[in-house]
Design a protein around this ligand. Structure first.
Ligand SMILES: Cc1cc2nc3c(=O)[nH]c(=O)nc-3n(C[C@H](O)[C@H](O)[C@H](O)COP(=O)(O)OP(=O)(O)OC[C@H]3O[C@@H](n4cnc5c(N)ncnc54)[C@H](O)[C@@H]3O)c2cc1C
Length: 456
């Protein structure tokens, strides 16, 4: 065999699997195949000047390359079983938390020291939420910030590249079971290994579907989360963000009984475009460095949709809604809350006259032409509910960017050690449908590495 272990994908799942394996047994021959670039060559061409919109690069620098989808993220590592994935259902709650804490230690020892760990334990905000029909989920969150997150990734790469072979710009096309292991094909080259860890994240979801079909690995459809990104003056949410940094708040709507939740809160951050398979959606992040902070806070409001029979393509549904916003706005649409509730589109002039300056250039429009009524009603209800704990949330000038879609990979059928029905073939991270966060994806990498080390 060319390698003992081949890891596919250099996102947090793949990185932490490689880290733990090479630390546990330095004699192991490990290779990481990554379809994107190394960290310092990852550059999105959109500069807002010459290139204003996505030009569909062969490998999206935002989603692919060393660091995976999380490289330019806000670097929020949530230590919790309440959200971010269902790893605990496979490995147990205590072990999952222990692994997330271990990942946190590694991040701290690789450049993340000095960053703040926020916690919901003993906060009075919990009671305030309950009094207003809102639920604050329990979590600890380490906020690395986009800048420190890149420092940590750079240090991890420096250390790992001495022990592990990294093959960048090398998308894997096939994995074929052979006697005693697997053949991994990437373009014209092919390599063999005893064990293979697949960690291809959301950007590898279509490829993953094909692989499961080919290797007869059962899958199940997952949910899709659809909503908007809210941007408002940071001061309105300061009492929440100063204490908790990110608060995950859930509200059950009166009208439909649907749950709406806050997601990915970025105090003093910026709103950004996200490209998933050529569809432009919205996201956000923030910087640890005060010089790079803005006067706005942004967060998503999301409603989950899970389809069963006869329609199962939750992601296809989310994509169609996102495509509609791209069709009307050429990308992401932007609307003032006041315009939305008055049933009129926003215009450049109305946005300019408002008191909140958008941090992302997006086309003013009408989100009610894009989002299904049930989802839009739920979001509006949630904004009024949040207004009770953070007065001003429902101001006319609050900005709504649409659409934000969180796609989830289908659930790959895995044993409790995250191994497929093919011995030695593991699926971890977001590509497995088990995780959907930095901390859970990283923890799943450490878990599988330890499982393999235990068998060697
Ligand atoms: C803008 C943004 C902000 C985010 N912010 C946060 C946050 O603050 N906190 C949080 O918890 N989560 C955040 N997330 C989510 C988080 O980034 C993911 O949950 C996490 O990166 C998943 O890790 P992963 O290793 O499973 O997959 P990924 O990070 O997606 O990595 C998978 C890698 O596999 C590669 N790949 C795919 N297919 C192939 C193939 N066939 N061959 C070779 N390589 C392949 C991809 O190029 C990619 O680099 C954010 C995501 C985005 C996009």
């Amino acid at each position: 065999m060319d390698y003992d272990i081949i890891i596919i994908g250099a996102g947090p799942g793949g990185i932490f699997a490689a880290y733990e394996l090479s630390k546990g047994d330095p004699s192991l021959r490990i290779a990481v195949f990554e379809s994107g670039n190394e960290l310092d060559k990852r550059k999105c061409p959109i500069d807002g000047d010459k290139v204003k919109a996505c030009i569909n690069c062969e490998h999206c620098s935002i989603m692919s390359g060393f660091g995976g989808a999380g490289a330019f993220s806000d670097g929020k590592y949530n230590i919790t079983n309440d959200f971010g994935g269902t790893l605990h259902e496979y490995i147990g709650k205590r072990e999952a938390i222990g692994l997330m804490e271990y990942v946190d230690e590694i991040n701290l020892s690789h450049g993340g020291e000095g960053t703040k760990l926020y916690s919901t334990a003993s906060t009075s905000i919990k009671k305030l939420c309950m009094q207003n029909k809102l639920k604050l989920l329990d979590a600890q969150v380490r906020h690395l910030g986009t800048d420190k997150n890149l420092v940590v990734l750079g240090n991890l790469f420096k250390e790992l590249s001495e022990k592990v072979d990294f093959l960048f710009c090398t998308p894997v096309s096939e994995i074929e079971p052979i006697e005693g292991g697997y053949r991994v094909e990437a373009g014209a080259t092919s390599h063999t290994c005893e064990r293979c860890i697949v960690s291809v994240g959301r950007s590898g979801s279509k490829w993953m579907e094909g692989l499961c079909r080919k290797l007869d690995i059962p899958t199940e459809s997952n949910r899709v989360d659809i909503g908007v990104r809210v941007e408002l003056p940071a001061t309105l949410f300061a009492h929440l963000t100063d204490e908790l940094y990110e608060s995950k708040i859930v509200y059950r709507t009166q009208k439909s009984g649907d749950n709406v939740r806050t997601f990915c809160m970025n105090p003093r951050g910026i709103v950004v475009n996200e490209n998933t398979n050529g569809i432009i959606t919205v996201n956000g992040h923030s910087f640890e460095d005060p010089q790079r902070q803005t006067e706005n806070t942004n967060f998503a409001l999301l409603v989950s949709k899970h389809f069963t029979e006869p329609f199962k393509d939750s992601n296809g549904y989310g994509e169609s809604i996102a495509r509609l916003s791209n069709m009307l706005g050429g990308g992401v649409l932007l609307q003032r809350f006041g315009d939305l509730i008055r049933g009129r589109r926003s215009t450049h002039e109305r946005i300019r006259e408002g008191f909140v300056t958008p941090t992302l250039t997006a086309e003013p429009g009408d989100l009610s032409l894009v989002l299904p009524k049930r989802i839009l009603d739920a979001i509006i209800e949630m904004i009024y509910a949040l207004d009770k704990i953070a007065p001003g949330t429902a101001n006319d000038d609050t900005l709504l960017y649409g659409v934000e879609v969180k796609f989830y990979n289908m659930h790959v059928k895995l044993a409790s050690n995250l191994e497929t029905r093919h011995p030695g073939l593991y699926v971890i991270g977001d590509g497995s449908g088990v995780t959907h966060s930095l901390s859970h994806a990283s923890a799943s990498g450490v878990f599988v590495a330890r499982d393999i080390l235990g068998k060697l």
